[in-house]
Design a protein around this ligand. Structure first.
Ligand SMILES: Nc1ncnc2c1ncn2[C@@H]1O[C@H](COP(=O)(O)OP(=O)(O)OP(=O)(O)O)[C@@H](O)[C@H]1O
Length: 277
């Protein structure tokens, strides 16, 4: 973990070397972040983050509101250029070789802006074709994904008319259609009903069991504790703890450990005007 004073940007760095592991991507971590930093005006959103996500892991990213999770994931996936630091996906430098890196990834960004004048079926088909897939193969996978995510009846509905949860699911289908090696999902369960959430968890667990890697940000500690094998706790743009879920929680629940690490519990004092009796 690297940290810097929130008032100062981290020092300029020499380009870092990709992590060791031979010339092929075999055996390399799925994602490596070194010294990632981003500032918006005076606000330091991410303050020098190092992270190693093992290939084949189900990795949770947790932190309070405004901790820097979305900014970190955006920089890690080629959506937002870092001020400092580097990111490698299976050994490919995300900012030096963005097309190669993006080929390896499926991304569900936060606050997805989709081509919502397409139907759900058209949108996922478009995502597959954009990845260079064969039209027949795309058609088969789109049908499979819509069925698995309980969207088959709404395949012909415009995405603009989807509910928030349906929109999340169709964006997830678009991230999955090319069977990437690494899935980066920002809040995939937000607004999603419990049955769909269970279906998504099954899909992701099967994907990880077959060698894929998932990184998921979430505020639901119980879900992360049950679903993930690794976790990183981020606050104020730095990593407070990272490792296996069992090592990070150290015998406590992840939720208790999170509160202990992050702090910030407030009492209702000062809100006496809210009492109704
Ligand atoms: N485009 C932007 N312009 C200005 N400030 C930004 C921008 N994006 C993020 N920030 C700020 O950077 C900090 C980190 O935001 P970020 O969205 O990464 O946090 P987060 O951990 O994903 O939060 P949440 O859990 O609430 O989604 C916040 O203080 C936020 O206000």
């Amino acid at each position: 973990m690297t940290s810097h004073s929130p008032s100062e940007p981290p020092p300029a760095q020499e380009p870092l070397q990709p992590p060791a592991g031979g010339s092929t991507s075999a055996g390399r971590p799925a994602l490596v972040l070194r010294g990632l930093a981003k500032r918006f005006g005076e606000k330091v959103a991410v303050n020098g983050i190092d992270l190693d996500v093992p290939a084949g892991s189900f990795y949770g990213l947790v932190g309070p509101n405004g901790a820097g999770k979305t900014t970190t994931l955006s920089m890690a996936t080629g959506l937002l250029r870092p001020d400092y630091g580097q990111a490698w996906v299976h050994g490919v430098d995300v900012w030096e070789s963005p097309l190669d890196a993006k080929r390896l990834m499926g991304i569900l960004p936060d606050g997805v802006r989709l081509f919502d004048r397409l139907t759900g079926e058209q949108l996922v088909t478009y995502a597959g074709l954009l990845r260079g897939m064969d039209r027949d193969e795309v058609a088969g996978r789109v049908a499979d994904l819509l069925r698995a995510l309980d969207l088959a009846q709404d395949a012909g509905t415009l995405v603009v008319d989807y509910s928030a949860g349906m929109t999340k699911k169709i964006a997830l289908a678009s991230a999955l259609v090319h069977a990437p090696r690494l899935l980066v999902l920002d809040e995939p369960f937000e607004s999603v009903d419990p049955v769909s959430a269970a279906n998504i968890r099954d899909i992701l667990a099967t994907y990880v069991a077959s060698g894929g890697t998932v990184i998921v940000s979430s505020h639901v500690m119980d879900l992360v504790q049950r679903m993930c094998d690794h976790v990183a706790v981020i606050a104020s743009g730095t990593v407070l703890a990272a490792g296996t879920v069992d090592a990070v929680r150290g015998g406590a629940s992840l939720e208790d450990r999170f509160v202990e690490l992050v702090g910030g519990r407030n009492t209702a004092e000062g809100l006496s005007w809210l009492r109704t009796s």
